[in-house]
Design a protein around this ligand. Structure first.
Ligand code: AHG
Ligand code: MN
Ligand code: MN
Length: 336
């Protein structure tokens, strides 16, 4: 079988879906993928690359920034500034949106990203990743502000993530299903390795940070309690638990073999609105999961329908195998 590079895949997508894949979007994805290759190389060098540890600064979320958080952010900014495909960028690691410098042309898209997801796993050599989401810049806006990014996830035109694991994998949707690509380090290019990822509707695997159990709301207590009761409980079968602690890696497992991933709003994070961020974690992952036949809710409503009110807004997340997400959502709504 001839191998299909990301470039060829995108060009063919442009021919078959000219409305969903414009030349500018194609360029944008190529540029993000190139930046992710650079990040992958930095992650790969580990202790040899002087990229581990903290930089001593704190981001807008109040989290200590790791060297790789800052480096990955810079790599993505630098790669995307000059191509003429973007109107502005926003990231977990920057308080406010980053404008395109005046010396470069401006495009019609907005890019928002989590440059390095799973920061706590960097120093221990466990999978981390990059998550990104592409929106249209509102009509007539020349100097986008944070308000222009506040669009519901259903308006995303592209979403993707890269997981830097034993291999580097790029997963992508532009609203026509989900494809995944593996980085061929010898060729230096991403190669298509799966065309139409599907998440099984049913699963016996779940992912949640169980150390928060005492903080969970009753619907989550009930749902997890039933899973943990196993064969002799109301579900009549055993469930297994997996938790990497990097959302990208946990979601990638679900894309690969099914499962449900949960980061609910609980008593510990309620004042912040949740743990995970809507614009650059929940929305892109929600879009990808839905495109693969799964579901994504905040416990009550579809994540992609939520109208954001702040760039760094947080939200509860339940995503993955459809029947499990629907069940735990029904528990929240008092419908089961
Ligand atoms: P980030 O490293 O971009 O700040 O995101 C970390 C997120 C996510 O990857 C993971 O699911 C979650 O934080 C884990 O958080 P806790 O260890 O606090 O449960
Ligand atoms: Mn993250
Ligand atoms: Mn991050």
């Amino acid at each position: 079988m001839t191998s299909i590079s990301l470039s060829r895949f995108l060009l063919e997508a442009q021919r078959s879906h000219p409305d969903a894949m414009t030349p500018d979007l194609r360029l944008l994805i190529e540029v993000v993928a190139r930046a992710c290759k650079t990040i992958s190389n930095a992650v790969n060098k580990g202790a040899l690359g002087n990229v581990l540890g903290n930089v001593g600064t704190v981001n807008v979320q109040g989290e200590a920034q790791k060297r790789l958080d800052v480096l990955s952010n810079e790599i993505l900014l630098e790669a995307n500034e000059w191509g003429g495909h973007l109107a502005a960028l926003a990231s977990e690691e920057m308080d406010d949106p980053h404008p395109i410098p005046n010396r470069y042309p401006k495009g019609e898209y907005l890019l928002v990203f989590d440059p390095l997801d799973g920061s706590s796993n960097i120093d221990v050599n466990v999978s981390v990743g990059t998550i990104f989401s592409v929106l249209r810049c509102p009509e007539g806006v020349r100097e986008p502000t944070a308000a222009d990014f506040l669009q519901p996830g259903s308006r995303q035109v592209v979403a993707g993530y890269t997981v830097y694991g034993p291999s580097t994998t790029l997963v992508l949707t532009f609203g026509q299903g989900v494809a995944s690509f593996t980085l061929d380090r010898e060729q230096g290019s991403f190669v298509l390795t799966q065309r139409a990822l599907r998440i099984p509707e049913d699963t016996s695997e779940y992912a949640i940070n169980a150390s928060n159990r005492r903080h969970w709301d009753p619907p989550v207590q009930r749902y997890i309690g039933e899973l943990d009761a196993g064969k002799t409980g109301p579900r009549g079968r055993d469930f297994n638990m997996r938790w990497v602690g990097s959302m990208v890696a946990d979601v990638h497992r679900i894309l690969t073999r099914g499962g449900i991933f949960m980061y609910p709003v609980d008593a510990k994070c309620r004042d912040k609105g949740g743990r995970l961020r809507l614009l650059y974690e929940a929305n892109p992952m929600g879009f990808i999961v839905e495109q693969a036949g799964g579901a994504a809710t905040d416990g009550r409503q579809r994540i992609l329908d939520v109208q954001p009110h702040a760039l760094h807004q947080r939200i509860g997340v339940f995503l993955g195998s459809r029947n499990e997400v629907e069940r735990v959502t029904a528990y929240h709504l008092g419908a089961a």
